[in-house]
Design a protein around this ligand. Sequence first.
Ligand SMILES: [Fe+2]
Ligand SMILES: [Fe+2]
Length: 180
Amino acid sequence: MQNKTDEHGGVEVVRPQWRHEEIAFRGRRLPAGERKKIRKALRTLHSLETMAVTIYRLQIGRAETELNRELIAAMCNEMTHQQDFQTRLYEYGLTPGPLRLFWWAVGMIFGIGSRLCGRRAILRMGIWVESKAVDHYSELLAAADWDDATRAVIAKDQADEQGHIQTWRRLLDLDGPKKR
Ligand SMILES: [Fe+2]
Ligand SMILES: [Fe+2]
């Protein structure tokens, strides 16, 4: 998570207010073929993150457990990822794709389904989805001619996903190898 306390007098915020100079118009003069690749990649990333937010949101229970604490943090982190790609889409003069609604519905099914099956199913679902995301991020990093700032955002979000996998693996290990 970025910039949690700076410039805000110690008040914790997920992300500080963006100043207008932080918004850039990007890639407007790229050839049509290159813009098409960027549109496809950004829409895919945005859809994936929409699914991830939905899965974690629906997995969070009411008990004061470490798992629920981590699920709330993961949901929040995925919201920042979703924000990254939604913002980038509009900076590039693009819009989110209609398919995101399909991935949102998939997220509902995965989220509710795993929650009904309990703690281990929640953790295994997290590892599976995050692993798919990491693979996808690698493909999408190579898929288009990104500007440096966007490439850095994609790489940072991919590293966050690796951190999520470690968290779910650690919690799964606490259950002991036999229960896997
Ligand atoms: Fe993410
Ligand atoms: Fe993640």
